[in-house]
Design a protein around this ligand. Structure first.
Ligand code: GAR
Length: 192
């Protein structure tokens, strides 16, 4: 990959609440990072995360289209804006292999489980049902295989007897907010 000297331009894909996006924006501003969130794309018009983008004057797009059209349009926006890294933050759609191949930059994702455990959905429910002592979250590179790319950072969260998927999800989310910006720092140090 070509080495960069200036600011690293980050694109973020979201589908909903956008609390991880909010945290990435907050962290990059506070710490004057060598990366900045240049644009946000949502596959849902009503995604709350778009509001944070607007508030922070970050380009934002809602593309409510079927996957092939969504990917075509997004890719053209990412290329036009010279994006160097794509972060998935609560993006609830599986990207096609073609899209991943066409992206000449890295893609990373945050997933609410201690991967390789519990790929896919309902991770907290599955961890509680299995009687696990710990849940957590993983930031990893995105490859054609779902939730299987190389780990960048992982954080553990204790599961208490009284936990249900909602209470656990809240604590895991807090931990996600700690690790996602740090994982972006790690990846961006490799890009520069
Ligand atoms: C986060 O917990 C993230 O790990 C999860 O969705 C939530 C999004 O929250 N992502 C996935 O499940 C992806 N498979 P947010 O919209 O508030 O950042």
């Amino acid at each position: 990959m070509k080495k960069l000297t200036g600011n690293i331009n980050i694109g973020v894909f979201i589908s909903g609440r956008g609390s991880n996006l909010k945290e990435l924006i907050r962290y990059s501003k506070k710490n004057n990072t060598n990366w900045k969130i240049k644009l946000v794309i949502s596959n849902k018009k009503e995604a709350k995360g778009l509001i944070y983008a607007k508030k922070n004057k970050i380009q934002n797009y809602a593309i409510e289209k079927k996957k092939p059209e969504f990917e075509k349009k997004s890719l053209s926006i990412l290329k036009k804006n010279k994006i160097n890294l794509l972060c998935l933050a609560g993006f609830m759609r599986i990207l096609s292999n073609e899209f991943i191949k066409k992206c000449k930059f890295k893609i990373i994702n945050i997933h609410p489980s201690l991967l390789p455990k519990y790929k896919g959905l309902n991770t907290h429910e599955r961890a509680i049902k299995a009687g696990d002592k710990y849940a957590g979250s993983t930031v990893h590179y995105v490859t054609a295989k779902l939730d299987s790319g190389k780990k960048i950072l992982q954080t553990k969260v204790k599961i208490f007897k009284a936990d249900n998927p909602n209470t656990l999800a809240k604590r895991v989310l807090k931990a996600e907010h700690q690790i996602y910006p740090k994982a972006v720092d790690i990846v961006c140090k490799k890009i520069i």
